[in-house]
Ligand binder design. Sequence first.
Ligand SMILES: [Zn+2]
Length: 306
Amino acid sequence: MHDVLYRALERELADGETSAKLHLGEVVGEYDRLDGVAYIDAAVLVDQQPIGKSHRSNPIAYIKAFDHVRDVFAQQPLAQQRGYGPGHFSFNVKGGRCEACEGEGVKQIEMVFLADVFVTCDVCGGARYKRDVLEVKFKGRNIREVLDLTVDEAIRFFIREDRLGQMLWQLQQVGLGYLRLGQPAPTLSGGEAQRLKIARELITAAKKQGHRLYLLDAPTTGLSGTEVRKLIGVLRRLVDLGHTVVLIEHNVETMIAADWIIDLGPGAGAAGGEVVAAGTPAEVAAAPGSHTATYLRAALAGRAAR
Ligand SMILES: [Zn+2]
């Protein structure tokens, strides 16, 4: 999926609008034909790479919802009285952030022979903001305390902020309701980073023109049954918007939700083996010689019974 499909599409679509950067020098895997490129305007690889190495990067900023939070704080009477704008509640620009740590909340100590060490900033105590900015409160919480809220808590907290609420709801839909809004990007797992990327795509999907092909690598990894069903609903929304979703997946519930399955095997080798069967879930479930077929039959029977 990465080395053949994505790379080939990247090359084919290089002239058009694509969020993919050309990786010069990267080899495109061998293939005979690439059909249907005319129906796609962009290919988007939603992988498990981290969303950033900086402590400044976090879930709320990544989905571009931090602007709304800062606006809410800038509208509070104390902020207006003191002339604070939304920028005062940012830790990326000068103004309200702690200058000792430049809003990171931590200081990096370079070690000569060891990995760098992060220690809590001794000026702000990890709060990232100046004390007077932290005096501004919305519903009893300052900006630092809001960044400590989980997505689930923040949805209730910002119940009257429609746009912000919708963006946070999208994070909940991809199974990230437990994340703290200000959780530093380097602490997120690969699976969390991938689901965050899916949420951002959904938030911005309505504004984007054209048909996009989304490529995902095992997005259900680490999710519970309920969360898997939510995620399938989320992926269906992308399809309803006119996009196409291709995923590598071992989760049977997700497989039977697909229009088309390509079963690679036998077993799960590094290169995926050979094509064992291809077709609709019902067709692959009836395919001889497919190990997956057994599981598909059980899942399809279970769905029929429900
Ligand atoms: Zn500081």
